[in-house]
Design a protein around this ligand. Sequence first.
Ligand code: F6P
Length: 556
Amino acid sequence: MPRHGIFLLSKKGLSIVNQDILNLSSLAENARQRQIHALFTDPDRVGQFSLSAAGLFLDYSKQNITRGELSSLLSWAEKLSLKAKVTEMFAGEQINVTEKRAVLHTVLRAPAKVQQAVLGEGAGELAAAERQMADIVNKLCSGEISADDGETISHVLAIGIGGSYYGIKTALTALKPFHSTGLQLEVLANIDGGALMEKLAKLPAKTTAVVVISKTFTTQETMLNAAAVKTWMLEQSGDKDIIARQWFAVSTNLDKVSAFGISREHTLPMWDWVGGRFSLWSAVGLPLALAIGMENFSRLKAGAFAMDEHFQQAALSENMPVLLAMLGIWNRNFLEHGCQAILPYDHALRALPGYLQQTDMESNGKSVSIEGEALAWQTAPVVFGQEGTNSQHAFMQLMHQSQDIIPCDFIVALQGASDYHHHHQVLVANCFAQSEALMLGKTLAQARAELKAAGAGDEEIGRFAVHKTMKGNTPSNTLLLDALTPESLGALLALYEHKIFVQGVMWQINSFDQWGVELGKVLGNDVLSAMAGGESEQLSSSTTMLIERFIKQARS
Ligand code: F6P
């Protein structure tokens, strides 16, 4: 925003913010000259720049920001009516304007009386869907639904992609110690036949149940994978009734589901007012519930609801999702850092970076305002990450010594899930050490002194010291969980969902559509038809040549 603050946008609402942007831009000029560690001369910094909410603890004292700068961001948020916008979302206003939909994933994890207040009679559908989920879990676990010959169902394959995949995958991985039903869960997303073969090799056709998750029930990858698994299962089992008995669907498109052969009884609803990437809390979570049981699934939702309550009730200055969003905006737009690293120091959270890549970048990777005007500022950063400590032996070299500053979110559970307590201590030590190292860096003088202490002569010091300096000054958040439980995972996912929403409000975009993804889908079909010999005028000569090479090689 600093460079672009002068390009005043004309429509009502957008011009209001320009004085704030200019003010923040000039504060940022000053911040750029500052070392984060110098801010710690304030003895109360850690107390002032940390908070607890919904069982999570956030330390943001290692951000390059002062109380005054944060207050300026928050007062800008107030001018953009952030609080009112939060209320609108939770009340079910049609805030997804381009798709004319409400955004109500939060109501899925709310108590019945809240559901009733927001949805009125529609609340009954939620309760019915929840009962249907519980019934399916119960029938599969108790053996009421079993293989043709009465053998118990042993495996479940969930087929879905994008928002119908990432949340399930992340929660299944994170909550492995809570897998308690005895069912073995597998998840299939990619259209790559290699991924399909890998899954099929693990599955006994006769005792596998399948859940197809697709809001539209038209998504190419999901439909092709579902058709291939169907054929394989019918062939392998020799049981023509297996689809009707052992397959389930979660979708809004009931006609397509029944045309596929899945019974109405086995079809769970989705609603237009739940976006795919925010849908884990709905019947989309069925595969998760089949692994962890309904009680643990409710605990996950309770954790998310606790964060929802905090988000709605806490003052902006003490509101964890709001603060996370403001820090992200400060880094992205004012300090001009284009990336954001997500670094869970927890093997169980290894799928989280991928999940956040989708929720964040698919939501906020936009360049026009909700009013349809070109934005004069950047929106979502490039989100990437990996579990620690693996990340330290991969891309973190660049974070220490390249010219780019990449803000990080470190996430760690204080109690480990394994019996290897010393391993956990070493893991946590590495997490804390990285945020420290990225903030402090190493000056030339320090590098010289170290070399000297190690016995190097002047010539060697002169040559090598510069290679051993590190820029430091990398801002980070550290999020602490007491332990990784269904509740803390629910709170963590809801925290990021709300952070994304707040940033969307600040950037004045619609975070809940994803038209960009559609272009790829359309062109994908075009390319496919060209590969089958059809004409396609839209394709460039490069793509045409690539197709020709494919056809030649595929035939030879
Ligand atoms: O990635 C684009 C997207 O449209 C997501 O929003 C959605 O979660 C995913 O594809 C899958 O869509 P569906 O649930 O309709 O199969």
